[in-house]
Ligand binder design. Structure first.
Ligand SMILES: NC(=O)c1ccc[n+]([C@@H]2O[C@H](COP(=O)([O-])OP(=O)(O)OC[C@H]3O[C@@H](n4cnc5c(N)ncnc54)[C@H](OP(=O)(O)O)[C@@H]3O)[C@@H](O)[C@H]2O)c1
Length: 283
């Protein structure tokens, strides 16, 4: 894998024609001026990829940060996501257009289905997603929170290529099956909550491994993922942590360290409730 810090060339993961910067800024729960300021600063520091969603209620501020950064649009990779209640084909197209209005962009780089919705046939939703891509609202399309079974179902449906699956992924959660399914289908894996919502910073193993290289436990958590070619989108509301979270391309973990970190995974390791009640469930 190419090595670079955020000020130099940002490494990318390639999947089905998409080139996704390996590091992005997560923006869930960033609001108002804080959101616009953090996005602007991240892009000034060398981040090239920002992750938002219609559900985060911050697309306006993400767009403001993008414009304030002074970066050329062509240098940036902007992802947004459609919420499952908008998966009926006409709704999806309207929702995608609304995202662009809020972001004040003519297209996004990646448009994702945020969570599966069992109430609407997947093939219909994927057909609508492919249509908005063909209409130029997004350069690439993909999914999020898809299980192995759903990935297989999506691959069997006609449509445009799905370039990624965005899933919870960090040292405390074993996602090897879903990662293997993504790799089988040439989909990038994008890790959300890559520092376990801050939980990684308190872990003794990550802290010990980091200490030997003057790196923090959070940086080791991120490095563990990017070293597997998994895209990471850590979120922070603090500008000083933007630099910390980007300084993950100037060291390498040994195979033994990678194995030791992988062994931290355990059944209760999820930090995002995969079954919260407001969201449609599969079964
Ligand atoms: N597709 C989906 O369903 C889905 C679900 C969840 C998240 N996401 C996306 O993934 C992004 C990242 O996930 P996340 O926000 O859940 O969790 P995360 O990035 O793993 O963790 C964010 C938390 O960690 C803290 N933090 C950040 N950098 C740190 C550092 N270097 N040391 C110590 N603590 C640090 C932040 O606090 P401070 O703000 O105080 O720094 C914040 O509380 C989201 O923002 C969102 O864009 C997608």
């Amino acid at each position: 894998m190419a090595s670079a810090n955020a000020k130099e060339v940002m490494p990318v993961v390639e999947a089905k024609g998409a080139r996704i910067p390996l590091l992005g800024l997560g923006t869930w729960d960033l609001r108002g001026r804080t959101c616009a300021r953090v996005v602007e600063q991240a892009l000034r520091l060398g981040y090239r990829h920002v992750d938002t969603a219609e559900m985060y209620d911050n697309e306006r501020e993400v767009g403001e940060g993008v414009r304030a950064s002074g970066r050329k649009r062509s240098e940036l990779f902007v992802t947004t996501k459609i919420w499952p209640s908008h998966f009926a084909p006409r709704e999806l197209e309207r929702a995608a257009r609304d995202c662009l209005v809020r972001l004040r962009l003519s297209e996004v780089d990646l448009l994702l289905l945020h969570w599966p919705n069992p109430q609407i046939p997947l093939a219909d939703t994927l057909g609508a997603l492919a249509k908005v891509k063909r209409e130029g609202l997004t350069r690439h399309i993909g999914v999020s929170n898809f299980t192995v079974a759903l990935i297989e179902q999506a691959m069997a449906a006609p449509g445009e290529p799905l370039v990624c699956n965005q899933v919870e992924c960090h040292p405390f959660l074993d996602q090897s099956k879903v990662i293997a399914a993504c790799r089988r289908h040439d989909m990038a894996v994008v890790a959300y909550s890559p520092i376990a919502r801050g939980g990684a910073k308190n872990n003794d193993v990550l802290a010990r491994i980091g200490k030997a290289r003057s790196k923090s436990a959070a940086q080791v958590s991120l490095r563990f993922l990017v070293q597997q070619n998994i895209v990471v989108i850590p979120r922070t509301s603090k500008v000083e942590r933007l630099t910390e979270n980007a300084a993950i391309f100037d060291f390498t973990l040994t195979d033994a360290e990678m194995a030791e970190i992988a062994a931290l995974a355990h059944p209760g390791g999820r930090v995002v409730d995969f079954a919260f009640s407001g969201r449609p469930q599969w079964d």
